[in-house]
Ligand binder design. Sequence first.
Ligand code: CU
Length: 482
Amino acid sequence: MTIRLNIHKIKNYAKFLIIMVLIAILGLVSITIGSKSENISAESLRDEFGIAYTEDIEENGNVVEIDLEASEGEIEIFDGYKTKVWNYNGSVPGPEIRIKLGDTLKVNFTNNLPDETTIHWHGVRVPNAMDGVPGINQDPIEPGDSFVYEFTPKDAGTFWFHPHVRGSEQLERGLFGTLIVEDDISDQYSKDIVWVVDDWRLTDNYQVDPYFVTGHDLAHDGRWGNVITVNANLNESLTVQPGERIRLRIVNSSNARVYAPSFGRLDAKIIAVDGMYVKEVQNASNFELSPGNRIDVDIKIPSDADGESYKIFDNYTRYSNQLGIINVEGEVVETPSFEYPTNPYIPDWEDAINAEVDKEYRLNARRTSGGMGMMGGIEWTINDKAYPDYEPFEFKYNEFNKIKFTNESYRLHPMHLHGQFFKVISRNGKQVNELFFRDTVLLGPQETVEIAFIPLDKGEWAQHCHIQEHADAGMMNTVIVK
Ligand SMILES: [Cu+2]
């Protein structure tokens, strides 16, 4: 009786074991299939990127060497009134540095400001030590000191440079310039023009309002000025001949203001965003140009346009502002005929919406305790940390990575990632296919944006809101590419 019962028990136990083993095998198989499909998806997204941009650049051996000095100076924004500024090489904007793709740029920089500073080369994929962020890439350059920046840009396009120390004051006072890396296409246009769009908060005496990072600016979308200029001119104008084809490179160097340039009747197409060629051109009007962003616009002037004037307006806010004017006069010239320059290798990444999020960044603000009055008692945070308190996150080199930004606040945040170009994958959960890369993406109030990128440039890179007041009040951290 006892024996039989035991045998019975053993039989049941064997059955149980067999079932458990089967379940385990099934589980293993399904896990393997599952992870395989995930791997395949990440790999195929990497493959789809292909050679959308290169990891390295072949240097041509040509070194362009320039001296750059930051110092105090004056400019005339309003006729007859001097405005005190800080500037590079005596002008605002600073020099328009032009080099060819493959050239090495060597900048002998001297700081003659009354404040420490650095230079960040916005959008340029530089060696990490040349990226100009104190505490991450280099020490601040003290007044009277010098530093040599030397690098070979890997991409042709429209880039710019500015300090990465107290940008809320240093950019506002006039420290910014442009770096144009030319390729063979640059020469084919009738004209290649740079417009740096900026706004200033001037006092009644035409001076830069010295109250930087006010509580109001901090609690809102940063410092929006009361005067808008292009190349520091109130009425920037460009004179062209009928039939010309112009490349207009527009840079937003403002601390905080967003623009939506509108080109009216002009045949104007965006050929590049944030320096990089687009996959397909689009009409140039109403692109949201947030602080840090650039667009390159291909404009064809009609051959029967003699005597015409084309006004370019900013329509981002309710109040339309004239940015500049294009006047047409003179003899008709033959319109340069060539295909729009594009980058057909930009991936569509249609499956990216289903890929796993590698890192989520929540953007928000909080009141600070105590009397840190300078920053108006508000800190801007990423994942509840305010720089210099931050948590670096490691991204996978040469693999597909996805970031989700969740704006928990009601303010704007143009998020800028150093050293990388990325594509926007979704907005508020809805898939989007922007036909271009970016280095800065604007998040609206309470908006969620997913971006994806293939990091090809190693090192620790800053990531921050490009509203200077928000960044200076903590909205910055880093990503590490190993
Ligand atoms: Cu912000």
